[in-house]
Design a protein around this ligand. Structure first.
Ligand SMILES: Nc1ncnc2c1ncn2[C@@H]1O[C@H](COP(=O)(O)OP(=O)(O)OP(=O)(O)O)[C@@H](O)[C@H]1O
Ligand SMILES: [Mg+2]
Length: 277
């Protein structure tokens, strides 16, 4: 599935005022491509995901799916959120089966399909466990299986690993790449983390805030499996960090005025580097 945002702008009404959140966004996810969105908090990353999912409509511009304007949500575009948002009263199997049940897929068929995806995310032993009995990483695995069982053409992932510890996150990143390779679906993946973006994506879009614009597009051709120390990857990270630092400086200047300069020059970039190391 090819997803294209052409000159997309989005505003929200807030306290009687109209605030532009996204301005003239041009973005493409090619069939089978892994694209990451990276940017400071509030820059509109989730809004882009919601637009592609069909949960929001743009105020200007067009969103095309395989060349046709989208008309609301569709089963071929599925979202995975940061908190797995599983139904607590259903088991893993019940959660994964849910979409198929709604689509009136017969019981044996949906059971077989759900178990296959539960196996793919390594949760077979926990198929009959309830969400509260699972770790955060296991819940995200279940959420991924629940999305995949619908056989989406594109997986929309909004900081899916944001709440996980570093080790669990690294394991799930590897597993996601394997799932991506096996299913051939496209992925649009939101993250705050430069290493995560450069470790996963074919292309990284860096978004600026107020309003969100595409500030930079970084293609990443480093072959997988990728090692964080790979010189070409480090170079990509360095370029992206440079763009983000400029953005953060701009936001700080807007918010706090010129007085922030000294403090930021001394502390800002280093702190940012720590954040992403
Ligand atoms: N439904 C809405 N109504 C009003 N304002 C909204 C709505 N959705 C988002 N916004 C505003 O739009 C801006 C962008 O929000 P969005 O959630 O897309 O940012 P984000 O990049 O995903 O941030 P984060 O990294 O914190 O998740 C924010 O200022 C937010 O308050
Ligand atoms: Mg968000």
């Amino acid at each position: 599935m090819r997803v294209e945002l052409q000159h997309v702008s989005k505003s929200f009404r807030h306290n009687g005022q109209t605030v532009e959140v996204l301005h003239d966004i041009n973005l493409t996810v090619a069939p089978g491509e892994f694209v990451c969105l990276l940017g400071p908090t509030g820059c509109g990353k989730s809004t882009i995901v919601n637009l592609v999912a069909g949960l929001e409509t743009p105020n200007a511009g067009t969103i095309l799916v395989d060349g046709r304007p989208i008309a609301g949500p569709g089963p071929r575009r599925v979202v995975v959120f940061q908190d797995a948002a599983l139904f607590p009263w259903l088991t893993v199997l019940g959660n994964v089966e849910f979409g198929l049940r709604m689509a009136r897929v017969p019981k044996t068929e949906r059971h077989t399909a759900a178990m296959a995806y539960i196996k793919l995310v390594h949760l077979s032993k926990f198929a009959h466990a309830y969400p509260h009995q699972l770790s955060g990483g296991m819940r995200q695995r279940a959420a991924i299986a629940r999305a995949l069982v619908m056989q989406p053409d594109i997986l929309l992932m909004d900081e899916p690993f944001g709440a996980l510890d570093a080790q669990t996150r690294a394991v799930l990143q590897e597993e996601l790449l394997e799932i991506w390779r096996r299913t051939g679906c496209s992925i649009l993946f939101v993250t705050h983390n430069i290493r995560e973006a450069t470790g996963l994506a074919d292309r990284v879009y860096v978004i600026s805030s107020r309003p969100g614009r595409i500030r930079h597009v970084e293609p990443i051709s480093t072959p997988r499996p990728r090692h964080a120390e790979n010189p070409s990857l480090v170079e990509c990270q360095r370029k992206i960090l440079g763009v983000l630092e400029e953005e953060i400086e701009k936001v700080m200047r807007d918010e706090l005025g010129e007085s922030i300069h000294i403090a930021h020059d001394q502390a800002g970039p280093n702190r940012l580097r720590e954040m992403h190391s």
